[in-house]
Each structure stands twice: as C-alpha cells, then as structure tokens.
Design a protein around this ligand. Structure first.
Ligand code: SIN
Length: 495
C-alpha cells in the first residue's frame, strides 16, 4: 500500500518505521479491503505517496465504543501516571524529529526547515501539558453559612473528538491531544484528508510510549462528512474540538447541538497587520515576512490585510517587496526553498481569484503576481499596492502568499477598517508608542494581538479567536480547561 518510488532521499532515512498508512482503533492498526481506500498526494509533485483506508460510520462507531471503554480506566489513573506517559511520547517525538519532518514535507509540501520547526512546536504542547496535567486544581470557596463548606473539583469531560487541518499536520493534533489526555479524556482524531500520515506517525509514537489501547484512536478518510456527523451526533462523544474553516465549524456546532456537547472551534481569520508611522521599519518588515509567508501564507493567523500609515508607506512597501523578491520558491526537500507549493488546486485558484479581482479593481503588483516557471501548485510570493476595501481580499482570507498593502491616515480610520470583518482571530501592530500600542490593542476585536511581533503562537499562551473565528482557547491553562468540567461540592451540617 505504500507507494514511495519517486521519493528522493528514501535510502538515507528511516522514516518508513513511522510510515503507517492505516487507521488506528482500540490499539490496532486498521486497513480495509481493496476498493475502500483513498490516495495521498505530494503537493510538490502531484504523485501518489500512499493509499489509506476510507473509513466511515462503522469504524467511527467502533472508535467511539473503544474510546468510551478506555475512558473509564484512563480517567482513574493518577495525573502523574498519565503525565509520565505523555512525557515518554514527547521524548519519542523529538527522537524522531527528522523522520516526522520528512513525512510532513512529503504530504504537506512545506519546506523541511518549516516541518522541523513544526515538530518542535508540536512537541512543546506535549511537554507543557505533561506538566500542567498535574495542576488541574479546584478551589475552596468561603461559604455564606457557618455549617457549609464549598469546594470545586475538575474532572475530564469524556470521549473527545478532535478534527484537525492540513496546514499544521502535527501541531494541531498535539495541541488538542496533549491537554485531552492529561485531563483524563480519551480521544478520536480525524486528521485532514490531505495529511493523515503525520497523524498516524504521531499515533504510532504514542502507542510506543505506552498510551493504553482505546485512549487514542485515529480515523482516516477522504470524505470527512459521515465521520464528522457521527462524531457530532453520537451521545457518547462529549467534546468536539475543531480547527479549520468557519463554514465547516458552523456545521459541526449545529450537528453537536442535539447532544449539547462542549465545543472548541478554532476557525478562519482575516488578520490585520498595522504599521504606524513611528514603527521600526526593519522590525516591521522582518515580522511581516514571518507572519505573512509562514507555510506559504496558509495559516489562520497569517496577516491578511496589511494597513500602512501614509508617512511610512513608501519606505515599508519597498523594503518588504525587496525581501519578498529574494524568497526561493521550490520543492520542500530542496535546502534553498523558503516557499513550498499550495496544498491543492482549490488553494491555488483562490489566490488567483483574489489577485485577478484586485488587479481588475486597480491594484498594482510590486513583486510576484503569477505562478513561477515551476508551475504545479507553486505561486510567487506577492506584494500588492493600491488595494482598496471593495476588493475580495479585504473580506476573505486568501490563505496564500499574497500581501495587500492598504494605506491609512489616522488611528480611528485604521481601527475601523481592521474591525470591519466577521472574523476576529489575530491582529498585529507595529509602533514605538506605548499609548498607541495599548489603545489599539484594546480596540481591536481579535482574540490575540502581536505588538511588534508577527508570531504569537506558543504552548504557554491561550490561542483562539472571537466573533466568527471561534469559541474557546488552545494552549496554556485555558487549553486544559477545554477538556474538563467543573464540579461544585457543597458540604452541609458541619458542626
Ligand atoms: C492555524 O493556522 O490554524 C494555527 C497557526 C498556529 O498555531 O500558529
């Protein structure tokens, strides 16, 4: 079932140990009969790298049943025991960083250096929650009657379904699985159809670490709808955590309503990045590059609309375009590549649609603006000037390497423009003025604000959005609470 012929560095590495083109339920790797399978493609070459079983409702029900049985035992382990196993998983992930990175670049296309950075980022969630799991403290509350005593305890929410995207094939899994397991929940993972091999490699390492059967289950499929529906509607599943589009998030929330599940949604963004006249241009450019072009512009927190004040517009746009023009586009396995391919044809078409619409409405290309000679799913990193609010790229998340530079005059104007969106995930501001930094941070209707920083993501801070960008937070203590219920205990007649 493994088709790896075209893979260049095959002979030098041992990634095949981690190459598991299967689902995983109740501690067993599951394949299905021929004909019930789907292909995984390398977006750099469009070649098939593996086929995997097309799982559906039957496998989903089996996974839920297994997770339910496992939950009863897992929740009774001490936090220390659970966290010890998480720690072993963390060690194994780092020991296998090279192989995990290769698998990720193979199925996602991102440059190998970005895949490595992602594995470190992914492992940080296991590390952090393996510690935090020991500190899920309740509270002692002073009672209002003399004979009463009040405390709260935290308990795991139960079987948790985790639905993850292709843009961070490892980190979005560990950001959910690590707190869920540390809290005492069992999980069912449904990774994106484009990138299930990073997921199965991580699950394999969790199995090696000794995580008991049924505690982690993995469902894979090209058609996520039957699986998603069953996970949302089945009463035994008590938690849905999803990272992906707002459109799909809304469906999952609706489908979970009948069984009133706890939900966490990390959905789309339309991040403003604001550069004020007093900003340090070098810092603003460096951080814009990090925010905008990470993963070829395919992150929910990538700057989508860049607002630059009129006094600095020329200097900033020229400096940015110069750096962007230096980026090397190419196969993720080439050491020189900074920008890999887009994930699929619909991703490419969206970038082209945004660019065509902007050009038709008067935008100018400062650099990029087309596919490079490599063709395929590659797109040149692009900077556009003379963009305006009536362009599609103002409203929609591009999810590609396209940086539109809007011009603004004053603070009130830019706050209005930045907040003029249904989304509210991340925003960024660049200024040396503390007053501007505070005022604008408070006014921005976004869940996270970077001040003179284009990268916000870390395991120690709560990641998440407001408005149609989501519900709940991931990472930090808040991320652990997403997998726990608070129980209030009232002791009476204490004399
Ligand atoms: C995302 O794009 O969904 C997550 C990005 C991050 O964790 O930095």
């Amino acid at each position: 079932r493994v088709i790896m012929d075209e893979f260049k560095i095959e002979d030098n590495i041992s990634y095949k140990n981690l190459f598991k083109p299967y689902g995983y339920i109740n501690g067993e790797w599951i394949d299905l009969p021929k004909g019930k399978s789907f292909n995984i493609y390398n977006p750099s070459t469009n070649k098939i790298i593996a086929t995997m079983p097309e799982m559906g409702i039957d496998e989903t029900k089996y996974a839920i049943e297994s997770a339910k049985i496992a939950f009863d035992k897992w929740k009774k382990k001490t936090a220390k025991e659970r966290c010890f196993l998480l720690r072993k998983w963390y060690d194994l992930v780092l020991e296998n960083i090279d192989d995990l990175s290769v698998i990720m670049t193979l199925e996602n296309g991102k440059p190998l250096k970005e895949s490595k950075a992602e594995i470190i980022y992914a492992s940080s969630f296991i590390d952090w929650f393996s510690e935090e799991g020991k500190r899920t403290y309740g509270r002692s509350i002073p009672a209002t009657q003399i004979d009463k005593r009040i405390i709260t305890i935290k308990q795991p929410v139960g079987v948790s379904a985790l639905i993850t995207p292709w843009n961070f094939p490892a980190a979005m899994i560990t950001r959910k699985v690590a707190p869920a397991l540390a809290a005492g929940c069992s999980v069912i993972i449904k990774p994106a159809e484009q990138t299930p091999l990073s997921a199965s490699a991580l699950v394999y390492l969790a199995q090696k670490a000794g995580i008991p059967k049924g505690v982690i289950n993995l469902l894979v499929a090209n058609n996520p709808i039957p699986i998603g529906k069953e996970l949302c509607e089945n009463e035994s599943v008590r938690k849905i955590s999803f990272t992906g589009s707002t459109e799909v998030g809304k469906i999952l929330i609706k489908d979970s309503a009948n069984s009133v599940k706890k939900v966490s949604m990390e959905l789309g963004g339309n991040a403003p990045l604001i550069v004020f006249n007093d900003a340090d241009v070098d810092i603003a450019v460096k951080e814009t590059l990090a925010s905008k072009y990470r993963n070829s512009g395919q992150t929910c927190v990538c700057a989508n609309r860049i607002f630059v004040q009129d006094g600095i517009y020329k200097k900033y746009s020229e400096a940015l375009a110069k750096k962007v023009a230096d980026f090397k586009v190419g196969d993720g396995f080439e050491h020189t590549s900074d920008i890999g391919p887009l994930i699929d044809n619909s991703g490419l078409k969206k970038v082209e649609r945004h660019l065509d619409d902007a050009i038709a409405k008067g935008a100018k290309v400062l650099t990029g603006g087309k596919q490079p000679s490599l063709g395929g799913l590659y797109y040149e990193p692009t900077v556009l000037t003379e963009v305006a609010k009536n362009m599609v790229l103002f409203k929609e998340e591009t999810f590609g390497p396209l940086a539109p530079l809007f011009k603004f005059k004053d603070v009130d104007e830019v706050i209005n423009m930045a907040n003029n969106t249904n989304y509210g995930l991340a925003g960024y501001i660049f200024t040396k003025d503390l007053n501007t930094a505070w005022k604008v941070s408070e006014e921005l209707q976004f869940g996270m604000v970077g001040i003179n920083s284009g990268i916000l993501s870390t395991e120690v801070a709560p990641f998440g959005g407001v408005k149609e960008s989501g519900i709940g937070r991931e990472g930090a203590v808040e991320g652990m609470d997403e997998y726990m219920e608070i129980k209030y205990l009232c002791f009476g007649n204490i004399m």
